[in-house]
Write a protein that binds this ligand. Sequence first.
Ligand code: SAH
Length: 394
Amino acid sequence: MKKLILKPGREKSLLRKHPWVFSGAVERVEGNPDSGETVLVRSSHGAFLGWAAFSPKSQIVARVWDFAEPTQIDREFFRARFQRAIGMRSALLDVSGTGGVRLVHGESDGLPGIVVDRYAESLVLQLGSAGAYRWRDTLVELLGELTGVHAIFERSDADVLALEGLEPSIGQRRGSPASAPIVFEENGLRFRVDLQHGHKTGFYLDQRDNRALVRSLAAGREVLDCFCYTGAFTASALAGGASAVTAIDSSAESLATAAAHMELNGLAGAQIVEADVFQTLRRLRDQGRSFDLIILDPPKFAPTAALAERAARGYKDINLYAFKLLRPGGLLLTFSCSGGVSRDLFQKIVAGAALDAGVDGQILRWLNAAPDHPVALAFPEGEYLKGLLCRAPT
Ligand code: SAH
């Protein structure tokens, strides 16, 4: 039996069912396990703690698959975990008119390093740990069996791979590559997704409920969609009856898809602008423009807590200008997907921005990722997307 023996007192987080073992907590490794191989984790007193996947090159040297001693980590284990994750989605999500769903969300679904997104009749598998890499073929087979989906594309190219010492792995793993762009629905709107080159696995599925919220708030409003990517918020606002939407992004390629999405859904009224948001917000302010509904959904400014300060300046800047551009009674949906910026800190930054803009703002709602992106209570690091719906006074 290959084993990790922890240093005295370092079992505490595992006893709370947190799945990560940091290299500094390990006293010794026995049996020379391969990358990704299952190891038994024991405390310094010899107590059983869990079955984990060994990641020799990572600071997170092992990720626990299961905390129960009788469990075997085998094909049936992954089948049961997949069934549990997929079952939760079908039980809890209203997916009528929605073909884009995250079926498996890593650690928070008890499957460290494994993400699976469904886009209509295609699946995307994104692996991010040595353990997940080792089980790749089994995972692909099981997903085919359990979902009945024939096309499975692997898109293992997230930044975390470098930290795990793994090479990117991209390609069709089951079925034949799609000959045309994949089109799926979200709340009845149609979107195209490029599984190979799109951000993440192609689309920001985590914002589904917030786009539905925008749709419900948009009627008659003039909207500014900042960092619009392929225009999913813009389409939602127009579908909700927005009078006009200005959509800004710096990526010409994403904007071409955004324009295609407006056409695909028969939506008119979007002005799509290729520009830097930081500069454009200032320019709009100088031009005396104002809006009834503003969306700020920037990229990750701070992947780690160490970069939080620089990120805070970025968030402060765009939120300050957004508040300045809001009409009386206007609404701001503002987001951060930086793991390194806590919800608390984000709210403080937004409060500071409103204060400096001279807007006596209110929070109407705290916003989250959609429930197909759950956060395990034992794994608070799983929370990354946070947002606020704010209102300017009339
Ligand atoms: N709101 C989108 C997702 C946004 S992702 C959706 O719901 O689908 C972040 C986007 O910000 C990316 O498309 C990226 O091209 C864009 N971006 C990053 N930095 C930018 C900048 N300084 N100015 C404008 N766009 C930027």
